[in-house]
Write a protein that binds this ligand. Structure first.
Ligand SMILES: N[C@@H](CCC(=O)N[C@@H](CS)C(=O)NCC(=O)O)C(=O)O
Length: 264
């Protein structure tokens, strides 16, 4: 039994195999390749790198690993034992944002950072905002058990997302306009999890029809690379129950949030 079921086999826990469209993508990228993504189907940090690979239409191999069991092949690339990790030939690295930058630097397929240096800096600035202010608040909100804390964290999350919307291109639908780019990929996995996780567990509302935010969410959800890396709803519902109940020993992310530290 998995440790974070806390001795109760009726509790849901994380899935170890993708479902739906994501499973089809896993199956079509199972052959040995020099570019290997070590991922876990439920992980939003992995989905960032996975979406980037799909948007760029690069050839790669997807290898599903259990990051809580930390298999040797994962530890060889990432001594911290977290996913995503990327191996390219005899080189490897980790950290989702670093890996997205690495894929950019290969200059293969569609570029996700714009070519203008000022717009590149702008993209990095708002990507930092996603990492620093949106992602941690998502977990704070999901893990909060007390209603007063939940209300406070929901407000904080909404506020930080509003800042991002205000920084985005006015007509969109994406952050810089017509095309999905770096900042969109950085936030996409959490946008997907608003409806699939925060809505069932915390009553997160649907985007208000006709708003810039609704347009953005819709464009992200309809994007081919997002769809190709997204599993069916049940996978997220089950995999995040441990966060929603803030069960002990859920993950490094959960522990960091509970102890007020920065994310791993
Ligand atoms: N900052 C890292 C975070 C990666 C991360 O936390 N991954 C989780 C899965 S979603 C993990 O590997 N957890 C293993 C553990 O908690 O031991 C990144 O951006 O890649």
């Amino acid at each position: 039994m998995d440790a974070n079921q806390n001795g109760n086999p009726d509790k849901k826990t994380y899935h170890k195999k993708a479902t739906g469209a994501a499973l089809e993508t896993v199956e079509s990228h199972s052959e040995d390749h020099e570019l290997k993504l070590f991922g876990s189907c439920f992980c939003p940090f992995v989905q960032r790198v996975w979406i980037s690979l799909e948007l760029k239409r690069l050839d790669y191999q997807y290898i599903e690993v259990d990051p809580y069991k930390k298999p040797k092949q994962l530890l060889e690339v990432n001594p911290r034992g977290l996913v995503p990790a990327l191996r390219h030939g005899d080189w490897g690295s980790y950290e989702s944002t670093v890996l997205m930058e690495y894929l950019e630097d290969l200059h293969e397929g569609e570029a996700l950072l714009p070519s203008d240096p000022k717009l590149r800096a702008y993209s990095r600035l708002w990507s930092d905002h996603v990492n620093r202010s949106i992602v941690p608040n998502f977990y704070r909100y999901l893990q909060a058990q007390d209603e007063k804390d939940q209300i406070e964290h929901a407000e904080e999350l909404k506020g930080q997302m509003s800042k991002l919307v205000d920084a985005a291109d006015q007509s969109g639908p994406f952050f810089l306009g017509d095309n999905m780019s770096f900042v969109d990929v950085q936030i996409a996995p959490w946008i997907i999890r608003l409806r699939k996780v925060l809505q069932p567990y915390r009553g997160w509302p649907e985007p208000e029809a006709g708003t810039r935010w609704a347009k953005w969410v819709d464009a992200i959800e309809q994007n081919h690379a997002v769809k190709a890396t997204t599993s069916t709803d049940e996978l997220y519902l089950d995999s995040y129950e441990r966060y929603a109940e803030n069960r002990p020993n859920t993950s490094e992310v959960q522990k960091a949030i509970n102890s007020g530290k920065g994310l791993p």
